[in-house]
Design a protein around this ligand. Sequence first.
Ligand SMILES: Nc1nc2c(ncn2[C@@H]2O[C@H](COP(=O)(O)OP(=O)(O)OP(=O)(O)O)[C@@H](O)[C@H]2O)c(=O)[nH]1
Ligand SMILES: [Mg+2]
Length: 402
Amino acid sequence: MAGTQRYLRYIIFALICLILLFFISSSSTVPSANWPSYSSPVDAVPSPQPPQDPKDASQTPATTPNDAGKLPPATADGDRMNATFVTLARNSDLWEIAKSIRHVEDRFNRKFNYDWVFLNDDDFNDEFKKVTTALVSGKTKYGKIPTNHWEFPDFIDQDRAAKVREEMKEKKIIYGDSISYRHMCRYESGFFFRHPLMLDYEWYWRVEPSIELYCDINYDTFKYMAENKKKYSFVLSLYEYVETIPTLWNAVKNFTQAHPEHVVEGNSMKFLSDDGGETYNHCHFWSNFEIGNLDWLRSKAYIDYFDSLDHAGGFFYERWGDAPVHSIAAGLMLKKEEIHFFNDIAYYHVPFTHCPTGEEYRLKHKCHCNPKDNFDWNGYSCTARYYETNNMDKPAGYEKEQ
Ligand SMILES: Nc1nc2c(ncn2[C@@H]2O[C@H](COP(=O)(O)OP(=O)(O)OP(=O)(O)O)[C@@H](O)[C@H]2O)c(=O)[nH]1
Ligand SMILES: [Mg+2]
């Protein structure tokens, strides 16, 4: 009996132990359904890697060394010039000019924060202003072009102009039948620098929609122009489409005969003419990129030149572009040393690219253009002629990059 009781005590003790064990284990599995979930920071820690042998690591580095060291400061020290970017655009150009602004800001202006003037023959809408203001690091200003700068002057024969547009359309000359393109070319030739918003400035950098910049520009290009006594600059040069300017050179010769005082000694006539000024070789600087001096464009010499060409009528009776108009002015009325080739500004405007010659420069300035696309040494470019006019040596290694 005593043995049976002892067994019973053992069994009861064992049962109590089992019940206790059950409660302990089940309490740890109670779901905490109403508690906010919490992801342990431990989850974010990458799984440990086996320690690396330093010798192996140096043989197969995971990254290339960046010799540039620390990042440059967000904005460059020093004074700013009295300068602005300037863009002529329509509201419909918004997204293409947005791309251009992004390139200019990333490669240059985020370091300098220059202003940007936008000009239009119509009112800019709120979306255009909102987006461009957000993209530009400097102040943005929006101007409407006065009507009398964007209309047929009264001395133009409308019937004659209309006939020319029809003929050019038949000949499939690009923009040959466009009235607005002609107003644009005339405005860029003779008026943008006189817009009230531009009167505050001495220097301009013209930017068009859909352009690209391919290398970092780490210095103030406006300051460079001023310190080196430059008045006009370019990155691409080429021959003009002859059909658009058949009588331009005659008009220029009429101007120089009437105003010989405006033609400067030591100019770039050699760049413009192969026969001492008798005929024009059609070379010009491509004006969709320009960094230049506004006081020069506002000078009596330039205004006399523009008025003379304007009265000759070729903006409407032909289709004179602002590129040859500016280039001829710079070529005849500036000393040749006053025109600068920005070889270091890598640039694209459909369909041509200027990619700086020389690999060392391209790598140091984080350029992303393909040197094979560089137009400078192409037979249709006038840049080699610019070097010859100025007795300058072409950049080292240009033969290999032709
Ligand atoms: N407000 C305004 N701007 C214009 C007009 N036509 C052209 N523009 C601007 O004038 C500049 C030159 O015009 P583009 O159409 O780029 O002329 P282009 O460079 O000869 O030709 P693309 O090969 O088309 O670039 C650009 O900044 C245009 O946005 C116009 O009718 N009104
Ligand atoms: Mg353009």
